[in-house]
Design a protein around this ligand. Structure first.
Ligand code: PEP
Length: 255
């Protein structure tokens, strides 16, 4: 059976002391207030804090993820961080294909395919983001866009490798805007994604794949979103910067 997961994407927030404070608060709250051990908790701080934060939190309970990695394994790529480096610091998962990376850093399906493969080769799990822009939803192309994003990257993987992928559906119009997809809109897309996985890899893998929702998820809407049968948790931006809100979101599952 698939696992519920709540992952916090800190983006380019927190200086050193703030990162330690936030990670310590999340660690304490998860330990004291999260009763359901089956809910996976992930935090993705900026690269520079990864080593520090893995010493601050209980990494048996809270999985440390990175927000990106290089598309090349090593070499003369000034300023880049390789998947192998991340793995050597105990990082267990890497967010790939976030809409901000696609929009501001020109990440293409081709770059993402390389990154996904490097993450898997280094025994980490890709958290693969997909999602349509507002105009794509308004022109009723959202299913087609998400299908293409998934088919062009993670459907190129072998069955064994695909099983390690976590999908995050993040409608671009809902990220950081305060505008959340309705629980029905999220369910509709998650169900569609699971159907695509079933057609490609079979029903067992489809049933076992964790599909997260991302886009202005907060304590006030998490419960409704997570109550939907195909919504297995969330990728949380803004609300993950507040330990209380993040923990409340983690505790929003009924299932
Ligand atoms: C995100 O960046 O992945 C995200 C979902 O952000 P927010 O929760 O702030 O909309």
């Amino acid at each position: 059976m698939r696992k519920n997961i709540v992952a916090g994407n800190w983006k380019m927030h927190t200086c050193k002391d703030e990162a330690i404070l936030l990670a310590s608060a999340v660690n304490k709250k998860v330990k004291e207030e999260v009763k359901n051990d089956n809910t996976g908790v992930v935090i993705a701080p900026p690269f520079i804090h990864l080593s520090l934060i893995s010493q601050v939190v209980d990494t048996e309970r809270i999985c440390i993820a990175a927000q990106n990695c290089a598309s090349e394994p090593k070499g003369a790529f000034t300023g880049e961080i390789s998947a192998r480096m991340l793995q050597s610091y105990g990082v267990k998962a890497v967010i790939l294909g976030h809409s901000e990376r696609r929009a501001y850093y020109g990440e293409t399906d081709e770059t993402l395919t390389k990154k996904v493969n490097l993450v898997l080769e280094n025994n980490m799990r890709p958290i693969f983001c997909c999602g349509e822009k507002l105009e794509e939803r308004e022109s009723n192309n959202h299913f087609e866009v998400v299908k293409r994003q998934i088919e062009n990257v993670v459907f190129k993987l072998s069955k064994d490798n695909f099983e390690k992928v976590i999908i995050a559906y993040e409608p671009v119009w809902a990220i950081g805007t305060g505008k959340t997809a309705s629980a029905d809109q999220a369910q509709e897309m998650h169900e569609f994604i699971r159907k695509l996985i079933k057609e490609k890899f079979g029903s067992e893998i489809a049933e076992n794949t964790t599909i997260l929702y991302g886009g202005s998820c907060k304590p006030s809407n998490a419960q409704e979103l997570f109550s939907k049968p195909d919504v297995d948790g969330g990728l949380i931006g803004g609300a993950s910067l507040n330990a209380e809100d993040f923990t409340a979101i983690i505790n929003s599952f009924e299932k």
